[in-house]
Write a protein that binds this ligand. Sequence first.
Ligand SMILES: NC(=O)c1ccc[n+]([C@@H]2O[C@H](COP(=O)([O-])OP(=O)(O)OC[C@H]3O[C@@H](n4cnc5c(N)ncnc54)[C@H](OP(=O)(O)O)[C@@H]3O)[C@@H](O)[C@H]2O)c1
Length: 288
Amino acid sequence: MARTTLPGGNWTLGDLTVTRFGYGAMQLAGPWVMGPPADHDGALAVLREAVALGITHIDTSAAYGPFVTNRLIREALHPYPDSLHVVTKVGADRDQQGGWPTARDPESLRRQVRDNLETLGVDALGLVNLRLGDATGPQPGSLAEALDTLATLQQEGLIRHLGLSNVTPEQVAEARSIAPIVCVQNLYNLAHRQDDDLIDELARQGVAYVPFFPLGGFTPLQSSALSAVAERLGATPMGVALAWLLRRSPNILLIPGTKSVAHLRENVAGAGLALSGDDLAELDRIGR
Ligand SMILES: NC(=O)c1ccc[n+]([C@@H]2O[C@H](COP(=O)([O-])OP(=O)(O)OC[C@H]3O[C@@H](n4cnc5c(N)ncnc54)[C@H](OP(=O)(O)O)[C@@H]3O)[C@@H](O)[C@H]2O)c1
């Protein structure tokens, strides 16, 4: 498919220009993000279609699979176009049961950065998010030791820019006193609005906010109000949910996941929908 102008335009993460419409690769791995994909060639096709559509921001982690999504990205897209920025994250490992044990001591973080470099096939990582908290969400506590380790790796030239994931506003403030932070990746969508104030604050500071689970995650969003607006606009509910996020704040970058080329195209088209004041008011009420 020919390259198109993506809805939302561009954003700059440090010196990396990315499309606000990106792609989240996590669910390309096997069930519950463990093991190989059910459809290997289909996964490669989705990644290649994302780039063909003009997407320049792909979100991943060596923990996905583990190593599965990074290797798929490498197989589909290496050598990477200069315009493409693959964003990764560190801070958790995987165990045999598919759990996400915390791994934020200096040696574990160095190992995860090495794993990402090797599996993506690059000499330096464009942007690394430090993932805190746990599967239940952000947890309070200092991130200083972990962020210091990543800042050292940045000085060594292995990382260009730093971001945070699954964090509290207090941790964002602490991090920004230690090193420049270009993005925050937390759970947020039409139905989960806990970060409304943080998004507005980051927008004032020029820092990107990247909602994870923008479509609801493993159980995509279901809401009668969302369906009603989508029906009125002749669109899909997922498309409307993405269009709402792009309208919510200019610093929001999208990384919706899908294993389907058809859904990817549908989501790009949907994100470009024009939402009226009435549509927005109706959608706003979903998460309040
Ligand atoms: N920092 C963190 O701790 C963290 C945690 C979780 C996720 N993430 C990041 O966030 C990204 C996005 O998360 P996610 O992919 O898990 O969740 P998501 O983007 O909220 O939703 C993906 C789900 O929506 C479905 N979907 C997508 N488009 C659709 C459409 N047009 N119609 C119907 N269903 C559709 C997908 O199914 P199909 O495959 O069938 O389309 C998939 O089940 C991940 O890739 C990952 O990079 C980060």
